[in-house]
Design a protein around this ligand. Structure first.
Ligand code: BGP
Length: 460
């Protein structure tokens, strides 16, 4: 049966500056933590592929914008690199302004609405040397960058977001050692999270001050809804704690202007409260968002921690993951595939978040060695990806039918891209990038499928 999506629905894909632009130390750009980390520890990166080895968008953006249209995208989300626009945090790099303006204008010419994000894991090295998100200085530095970006591009970009997945630089950088500076310290992680929230808040304030006509602003959060192993009180508490720390920590202040009381209590009980300033509470209350983007890949299956430490040393003292025996898995990425969660997320937005406009800002399936699926004409027959999107869209549609205010669906990603420590191991794009010749892109079967979905604004 045909399932129609609301009029004006955004069909698109997401990407990011650091994962696509290339020329990461050229054209006036200063190093981010990624450039620095790669320079001192290249062996950490899959096949020694660093941030220079991306999909060459800096050179190919005109052609790429035509390719967006070719597969029916009516919108795209990418980011501005802070280190390219303001290499020292203060001085505008005119070459970057020219690049981003032509890039965004070309999108518009092709009928593709740009959704522009300000931070996608790419902390400037000059700021990291001063402590990065651990210092309050980062909050003002980010607010300044945001204001400059709104002033420079606000005439052409109407949809803005502050951060992509702020949890990632907190968890990967300050809890689990995956990203630079690879510190393991729960209290520091909370402080980093708090400064990130304040940086977001002050960027929203800067946006309101700039008073951009027709502009809206939001934040992009990764959502992994928690499902408890059982109805036992301890498992339900584990679920509540997981949701507090990973979902409500940013979603509540962004939408309701309040950090949940239960979260504050949990942190206080465990001596984890961050340093704050008196005016922060009011700033958070006054600067809520216009919309939310939610990146959904997998749920979080949780149970009570078997031997929690007190006070907590790690989030695992509040909940631990468990392996759901019935799960369907994407073996390449190791992530569970559970499309039903998109319906639950849609209902959560409707019932708990004022039914604020929201969209799926990333969803997708990374697969290794995709060349196995190449046909005689060089097209990757990625039916698994089509099935993945179809199933997720069915559950999203059910949520929309029941009144959830979802205005779009973006996949990760448009063209295969460099993925941090994973390099090019897993491919996600509608277009394949040839690693021998990064100027070559070939449409996959999913690109044709998406074009049809977008043009008809329906799935069947
Ligand atoms: C999201 C990030 C993206 C992208 C994607 C796929 O969390 O916003 O930057 O990397 O995940 O994940 P990965 O590349 O690690 O497979």
């Amino acid at each position: 049966m045909t399932k129609k999506f609301p009029k004006g629905f955004l069909w698109g894909a997401a990407l990011s500056a650091p994962q696509t632009e290339g020329h990461s130390l050229e054209h006036g750009k200063s190093p981010s933590t990624w450039d620095y980390w790669f320079s001192i520890a290249p062996e950490k990166f899959n096949q020694n592929q660093g941030p220079e080895n991306t999909s060459n968008v800096y050179d190919l953006y005109l052609d790429d914008c035509a390719k967006m249209k070719e597969i029916g995208l009516n919108s795209i989300r990418t980011s501005i690199a802070w280190t390219r626009l303001l290499p020292d945090g203060k001085t505008v790099n005119q070459e970057a302004v020219n690049f981003y303006r032509t890039y965004f204008q070309e999108m518009l010419k092709q009928g593709v609405e740009p959704v522009i994000n300000l931070f996608h894991f790419d902390m400037p090295m000059w700021l990291m040397e001063k402590g990065g998100w651990e210092t309050r200085e980062s909050v003002d530095a980010f607010a300044y960058y945001a204001k400059i970006a709104f002033e420079l591009f606000g005439d052409i970009v109407k949809k803005w977001t502050t951060f992509n997945e702020p949890l990632v630089h907190i968890e990967c950088g300050y809890l689990y050692g995956f990203h630079y500076p690879a510190i393991v310290d729960f209290k520091k992680a909370v402080q980093v999270g708090y400064h990130t929230l304040m940086a977001h808040t002050l960027a929203i304030k800067a946006f309101r001050d700039v008073n951009m006509k027709d502009g809206t602003i939001g934040i992009i959060l990764n959502v992994s809804p928690a499902y408890a192993k059982s109805e036992a009180a301890e498992d339900l508490l584990a679920k509540e704690n997981s949701d507090l720390l990973t979902t409500k920590s940013f979603l509540d202040p962004a939408v309701h202007g309040i950090i949940p009381e239960k979260l504050i209590q949990l942190l206080a009980d465990n001596h984890l409260l961050p340093e704050t300033e008196v005016e922060d509470k009011e700033l958070i209350m006054e600067n809520t968002v216009d919309f939310i983007g939610l990146n959904y890949y997998q749920p979080r299956r949780v149970q009570a921690a078997p031997a929690p430490q007190f006070p907590a040393k790690m989030p695992e003292d509040f909940y631990v993951l468990y392996d759901w025996p019935d799960k369907k898995i994407n073996p390449y990425r190791g992530w569970e595939i559970y499309p039903n969660a998109l319906y639950d997320v849609a209902m959560m937005m409707k019932n708990e978040y004022k039914n604020l406009p929201w969209y799926v800002s990333e969803n997708g399936m990374g697969v290794a060695n995709e060349e196995r699926f190449m046909d005689d004409h060089g097209m990757i027959q990625d039916d698994y990806r089509i099935e993945f999107m179809q199933e997720h869209l069915e559950f999203l549609h059910k949520g929309i039918e029941e009144g959830s205010n979802c205005f779009g669906y973006h996949t990760w990603t448009f063209v295969d891209c460099w993925s941090w420590l994973n390099g090019y191991r897993n491919r996600y794009g509608f277009y394949r990038v040839d690693l021998e010749d990064r100027f070559k892109r070939t449409m996959k079967k999913s690109g044709l499928w998406y074009k049809n979905v977008s043009e008809k604004n329906e799935i069947s």
